[in-house]
Design a protein around this ligand. Structure first.
Ligand code: FAD
Ligand code: NDP
Ligand code: GDS
Length: 518
């Protein structure tokens, strides 16, 4: 919808002197608005973009969220749903934070592209499709389309805030007292906002080794840089063994780049269950990823965007692109934490208790900045529950999230889904009371595919005690990403092995193997 002519589509039904009912396609149906917001909504229907507010509109707010990512957006929207006066401050011009802009969303889109590439190969090699000439992925035209989708999400987020009466302030925030935040606008102007409650939701950013530690390290890029690549690198080296290294290596390899993975030890995903590590590491190698084990980068030479020579303590690799994926750290620089007494741990993550309270009364931290379980649904759940507790009805007086049994998926090829304890953790906690059920098989999908390309599927259940309570579910194989959510509910409810056995299988699926294990 564009241009002033579209204004006729908006019907205003004034229901009181201060609020009106607005019906607008962009504003998602019938919603209640304060009058000062109607003008913004009208503007948005002509420009499709909300302008952030650039100064205080109240002497005091009930709530301020610093950071417009998953946690900050979710928490501020929930607080506003209780009728509170809420301001959200985002430093960049784009709402949505890491997940929407340089994380889950573009990553999953790239994973889908890579998955399609694998399936196209299966289609011709196993399923007798004629696919000539060879299908080709064109990164250079796909990337702008992916970016356009992200821009659309940015706008949806802006509209959501506006619709739900959350004030969106664009600028860099700094705490100046326990109830005040200074906002530095993009034009350098500063103003202050005051609130009864303040939440720090500034997330984190990728870690890159210093030039002193590894000369030439800055010739590499990080995951943000990966999403900015306009062209597919022909040869790439990725450093790291965690989620991001594994996911990006899988995407690039499936899409046809010569992919090197440089890891310090001999397996990827070392914090995951050993069966997942032992299945994925050799499979990645089998699919063509060159894993350089027990290797540390010591020097990088060359020119960014051209050929890079990556020297490790084991040899030399020549590539077009080097990606650091060695972890992330909290975005707390210049946030004024030390000035107001908010404490951080050795790694720089904000220290909070189980209710997300920092050591300073009425200042809280949620999401990646508090260093535990760096996942979008965790940031969202923590943010919503915090607002429930602060502003919601009596039944939410003690609302908080549990950091136990958080399900998580690694979008590798094939994907890994996991919830609960690893075998090593379970044995540490329960000793001889631990029993393992394991099933390794080939999904029916691969029955038509030649032996060399049959992906592995391995499921593992970790149970404890006589009642065989399930304390861990670990799955690797096609479809594990989608299958896990339901099993995570069962684990959360305290399911026993017998409960799975009592559930009738769905045939023929991979997931049925979890309810027929012996
Ligand atoms: C490549 C990649 C892939 C990922 N894939 C997944 C996945 O598949 N599933 C999953 O669950 N999680 C995934 N994650 C993790 C997920 O993105 C994060 O856990 C989530 O975004 C954390 O949300 P947050 O609100 O804590 O922080 P963020 O989303 O990082 O938001 C913080 C916001 O605060 C803003 N900010 C920072 N400093 C200031 C300041 N001083 N003033 C104002 N604003 C400020 C930032 O600009 C940012 O917008 C992925 C992460 C990466 C990097
Ligand atoms: N699918 C999802 O849900 C995703 C979630 N995320 C979230 O984002 C977080 C950050 O991701 P990521 O950056 O991959 O971090 P991770 O913590 O997952 O992994 C980083 C790994 O890099 C290795 N490493 C650390 N330092 C060095 C170093 N100096 N040199 C070489 N290797 C090093 C370590 O493995 P080792 O000790 O074995 O060497 C470490 O485990 C994840 O923990 C996850 O919570 C990110 C992407 C996807
Ligand atoms: N599960 C679907 C994803 C669908 C989805 O949630 N898409 C989002 C973008 S994903 S990424 C953005 C991420 N959203 C989510 O993680 C969705 C959370 C779940 N639906 C819920 O509400 O709890 C987030 O940061 N949320 C904070 C917040 O919204 O408060 C979207 O299109 N949203 C449009 C809209 O909302 O109108 C899939 O994987 O395909």
């Amino acid at each position: 919808m564009s241009g002033p002519t579209s204004l006729y589509k908006i019907a205003l039904r004034f229901s009181s002197s201060s609020t009106a009912k607005v019906i607008s396609p962009l504003c998602s149906g019938r919603v209640s608005f304060r009058l000062h917001q109607i003008s913004r909504c009208l503007i948005s229907t002509t420009t499709s973009n909300m302008a952030p507010i650039n100064g205080p509109t109240a002497d005091r707010y009930d709530y301020i969220c610093i950071g417009g990512g998953s946690g900050g957006v979710a928490s501020s929207r929930r607080a506003a749903s209780y009728g509170k006066r809420v301001a959200l401050i985002e430093a960049t011009p784009r709402l949505g934070g890491t997940c929407v802009n340089v994380g889950c969303v573009p990553k999953k889109i790239m994973w889908h592209a890579a998955d399609l590439a694998d399936r196209l190969r299966h289609a011709s090699d196993g399923y007798h499709f004629v696919t000539t000439p060879d299908p080709k992925f064109v990164w250079a035209t796909f990337k702008p389309q992916r970016d356009a989708y992200i821009r659309k999400l940015n706008q949806i987020y802006d509209n959501n805030l506006d619709r739900e009466h959350v004030e969106h302030h664009q600028g860099s925030a700094r705490l100046i007292s326990a109830d005040s935040v200074e906002v530095t606008r993009p034009d350098g102007q500063k103003y202050s906002l005051h609130a009864d409650h303040i939440t720090i939701a500034v997330g984190g950013r990728p870690t890159i080794p210093s030039e002193e530690k590894i000369p030439g390290a800055s010739l590499g890029i990080d995951s943000d840089g990966f999403f900015a690549l306009e062209d597919q690198p022909r040869r790439v080296a990725i450093v790291g063994a965690g989620y991001i290294a594994v996911e990006l290596a899988g995407v690039l390899n499936s899409l046809g780049s010569e992919t090197h993975l440089i890891i310090r030890h001999d397996k990827v995903l070392r914090s995951f269950d050993n069966t997942m590590q032992d299945t994925l590491t050799p499979w990645m190698e089998h699919t063509g990823i060159k894993i350089h084990k027990h290797s540390n980068v010591v020097r990088v030479e060359g020119e960014k965007g051209k050929t890079l020579t990556v020297s490790t303590d084991k040899g030399v690799i020549e590539v077009d692109c080097l990606i650091w994926a060695i972890g992330r750290h909290a975005n707390t620089d210049g946030l004024g934490l030390e000035d107001v007494g908010v404490k951080v741990d050795k790694k720089g993550d904000v220290i909070v208790d189980e209710y997300q309270n920092s050591v300073v009364k009425n200042i809280y931290a949620i999401g990646d900045v508090q260093g535990k379980a760096l996942l979008t649904p965790v940031a969202i759940a923590a943010g919503r529950r915090l607002s429930n507790r602060l502003f919601g009805p009596e039944k939410f007086k003690h609302d908080k999230i549990s950091y136990e049994n958080i399900p998580t998926v690694v979008f590798s090829h094939p994907p890994i889904g996991t919830v609960g304890l690893t075998e090593a953790e379970a044995v540490r906690l329960y000793g001889k009371d631990v029993k393992i059920y394991k099933s390794a098989f080939r999904s029916l999908y691969f029955s038509q595919i030649d032996e060399a390309h049959k992906e592995p599927t391995v499921y593992k259940l970790i149970v404890v005690g006589e009642e065989e309570r399930i304390v861990g579910v670990h799955m690797i194989g096609q479809g594990s990403d989608e299958a896990l959510q339901g099993f995570a509910v069962a684990v959360k409810m305290g399911a026993r092995k017998q409960d799975l056995d009592d559930t009738i299988a769905i045939h023929p699926t991979s997931a049925e193997e979890l309810v027929t294990m012996r």
